[in-house]
Design a binder for this molecule. Structure first.
Ligand code: COA
Length: 240
């Protein structure tokens, strides 16, 4: 029996790990197998001392990722099981908690958990053909890769609710206006633009980048005085 190709590709380009969701025939839909393989790859990104940053992209012409694999969602109970299984291996927590900068390069469909995965990265660049949306509510589901928590933090609760309740699709221009992405480029320039952005970020020392990420992630959920204290401690740690 021929071996199936990996659903996630990992390649080192200098000090950057290029991670590619690799199910182009299924628009890179996020399957349980992809979860397991992404878990392994993200562990390598975290632990490899030669890797200083990660670029996340989708294979093929049509999508970054068209959301959770709907073929793995059957009846109501199995749907619940499929989603619980995803959380048992906290791949989303692993991605969010990476101490190294992450940039998502988004093209084509970027729906549901595809959009959530992008939001779990630090920075996002979109191609002009990108189409975003959170269709879960219309499918009788609630987003389960952090979307209900991270989208309002990024876009504000009004915009996040609009997207989460309406499920409407929107394009790269709107994503730029919302601050969901920092840059929109021609499709042919996506990979180069996302790499250049990451390389620019990586001019800073890794310790400083990790501290900035930690300050934002941990500071967002504690009272201001504690968050300012965290910032002071991180700053002192860097200058020690
Ligand atoms: N899960 C599993 N397979 C998916 C998928 C998903 N989320 N999204 C797309 N695919 C598969 C299709 O089944 C199709 O496979 P096939 O060629 O074996 O039939 C292939 O990817 C291409 O998609 P197709 O639907 O034929 O392309 P399209 O251009 O007509 O439509 C979309 C593109 C993205 C609008 C449509 O595929 C879609 O709505 N997908 C589901 C999006 C979604 O609801 N995601 C969130 C889940 S919570």
């Amino acid at each position: 029996m021929s071996e199936q190709p990996p659903t996630v590709l990992f390649e080192k380009r200098g000090d950057i790990a290029v991670v590619t969701l690799n199910r182009p025939d299924a628009l890179n839909a996020f399957s349980v197998r992809m979860r397991d393989e992404l878990w392994e790859v993200l562990g390598a990104v975290r632990d490899d001392p030669d890797v200083r940053g990660m670029l996340l992209q989708g294979a093929g012409e049509r999508a970054f990722c068209a959301g959770a694999d709907l073929t793995e969602f059957g009846t109501a109970p199995s749907q619940a099981v499929a989603r619980t299984v995803r959380w048992e291996r906290d791949v989303w927590g692993l991605l969010l908690g990476l101490p190294k900068p992450t940039v998502a390069a988004l093209h084509g469909y970027c729906l549901g958990s595809g959009l959530e995965m992008a939001v779990l990265c630090d920075l996002r660049v979109a191609a002009d053909d990108a189409v975003f949306g959170m269709p879960e509510a219309g499918l009788g589901l609630v987003p389960a890769a952090g979307g209900t928590q991270l989208l309002p933090r990024l876009l504000g609760p009004g915009r996040a609710l609009d997207l989460l309740l309406s499920g409407r699709r929107f394009g790269a221009g709107e994503a730029l206006e919302y601050g969901l992405v920092t840059q929109v480029v021609a499709r042919s320039e996506l990979s180069g633009a996302a790499t250049a952005l990451l390389q620019r970020v990586l001019r800073a020392p890794g310790r400083a980048l990790a501290a900035a990420k930690r300050a934002l992630a941990e500071g967002a959920d504690v009272p201001l005085a504690s968050a300012l204290d965290l910032e002071r401690r991180l700053a002192a740690g860097l200058s020690a």
